[in-house]
Design a protein around this ligand. Structure first.
Ligand code: NDP
Length: 434
């Protein structure tokens, strides 16, 4: 805390991991001798830069941007870029730290990193977004590359932003280096299923967890928070697997639709018009409510998928969910559940899938995008989805086996942290003190 003041999210993420690693250190004194815990907590490189740009009124705007290149033991730094007013160094470090273990869990050769800016894209015109992205890349380009650091999207950064970023990178470097960014459009080096991957992957993970208790998503009532990239495709996969999503949200409130969220309408509002969630209730038949500013976790469900942002599900929300009989909580977002909420779920015997494991499908499919770019290939939707499903099943199996090995069956938090940490620690050990 003294070395990293005023970074509460970073402290929370590190504490959560370190809390589960004591038995690993007891088994592997060589990790402690090599000071691997201390080393892994310290980013390899942190870049902070100014992003000046001109808005549509001709006014100069200044934002602050970050790229934290956290750990490259397993491959080039890999992780998204977030554009949101809440972005600061502590938030980027928490996300980068989580990313190290998530990427290790994917089993693919990628290190961990994260970046972003305190830029608020809400209400900005296309031209403003483009100018911001161009200015952002004018500095970032010198730090990234197919073999060094490969950014992708996150909150506020989707295919449109990746397009502007890639265009500027290509222009400055005079290189068509497809593998420098992932989440690209399908016509220019993007991969099928990347857009769907995080949401689909989280639902596959939920299905695997439920299967350990002889259950499935079929017929289950599901609540998904958020209505962005992760949330929309989580909802799509839940519906495909026979569950019913009855509520979703954005930062203004939530909608409740007992008949099941109409995804076509939701996508029109969110992906095409970039509108607020309240519009859904306005346009939908009666029986649908919009609850302005309400907590989505008051809606009873058997499966809860928090897919919006960090610390969106606190202790009182967890209690409500437990009381309403929730069976499984699976994190589509990064660290959406507070530590108190997680404790409540575990004490109540609710299956809990931490984001590191459950939302790793997005970055895994980004690594598959890099593979396709490197071989100048393009895979079919079916093949890509099968690869994603196999990866999620494998992540679930590794977490489950590790939890058993350490005498805590069903503890996916321990399973994910220990599996991810050991893979990175072994590589770091092999490289010596660097
Ligand atoms: P998007 O920007 O597409 O969507 C974010 C959604 O969350 C929006 O509906 C947004 O609403 C809502 N939201 C944001 N802040 C709040 C808040 N304080 N309260 C309620 N709702 C809020 O982002 P993504 O879907 O890409 O990311 C969602 C989460 O998933 C993040 O934690 C991200 O780090 C994580 N993640 C994303 C991956 C990806 O592939 N995209 C991969 C792995 C993890 P509004 O529009 O009103 O702000």
């Amino acid at each position: 805390v003294r070395r990293n003041p005023a970074e509460p999210e970073f402290h929370q993420a590190v504490t959560e991991v370190l809390d589960t690693l004591a038995p690993v250190i007891a088994r592997h004194p060589e990790y402690a001798e090599a000071k691997l815990l201390e080393r892994i907590c310290e980013p390899e490189r942190q870049i902070i830069f100014r992003v000046p740009w001109v808005d549509d009124q001709g006014t100069v705007q200044i934002n602050r941007a970050f790229r934290v290149e956290y750990n490259s033991a397993l491959g080039p730094y890999k992780g998204g870029l977030r554009f949101h007013p809440s972005v600061n160094l502590g938030v980027v470090k928490f996300l980068g730290f989580e990313q190290i273990f998530k990427n290790a869990l994917s089993g693919l050769p990628i290190g961990g990193g994260k970046g972003g800016a305190d830029f608020d894209p809400k209400g900005r015109s296309d031209n403003e977004i483009m100018r911001f992205c161009q200015s952002f890349m004018t500095e970032l380009y010198r730090h990234i590359g197919e073999y060094t650091d490969v950014p992708a999207g996150d909150i506020g950064v989707g295919a449109r932003e990746v397009g502007y970023l890639f265009g500027q990178y290509k222009r400055i470097t005079n290189r068509y280096e497809s593998g420098v960014l992932t989440g690209k459009g399908l016509g220019w080096g993007g991969a099928r299923v990347r857009k769907e991957a995080t949401g689909y992957g989280a639902v596959y993970f939920a299905e695997e967890m439920l299967a350990t208790q002889g259950r499935s998503l079929e017929g289950q009532q599901v609540v998904v928070s958020g209505s962005g990239n992760v949330a929309i495709y989580a909802m799509e996969k839940v519906h495909q697997l026979g569950g019913r999503v009855v509520a979703c949200s954005d930062s203004s409130g939530y909608v409740y639709d007992p008949a099941g969220i109409d995804l076509e309408l939701l996508r029109q509002i969110k992906e095409v018009e970039r509108g607020r969630i309240g519009l859904y209730a306005e346009r939908k038949r009666s029986g649908t409510d919009f609850v302005d500013g309400g907590s989505i976790w008051s809606v009873p469900c058997q499966v809860a998928l928090p897919c919006a942002t960090q610390n969106e599900l606190d202790e009182s929300a967890a209690r409500q969910l437990v009381q309403s009989g929730v069976l499984a909580v699976v994190e589509g977002a990064n660290m959406p559940c507070t530590p108190e909420a997680v404790r409540n779920f575990r004490e109540a015997g609710v299956l809990f899938g931490p984001g590191k494991a459950a939302n790793a499908g997005g970055v895994a499919t980004s690594a598959l995008e890099m593979q396709q770019n490197a071989s100048r290939d393009s895979w079919s939707f079916e093949y890509s989805e099968q690869r994603l499903r196999d990866i999620m099943i494998d992540i679930h199996r590794s977490c489950d086996e590790t939890a058993r090995e350490y005498g805590q069956p069903g503890d996916y938090v321990l399973g994910a942290n220990v599996t991810g940490f050991c893979r990175v620690a072994d590589a770091m050990l092999a490289f010596g003190v660097i």
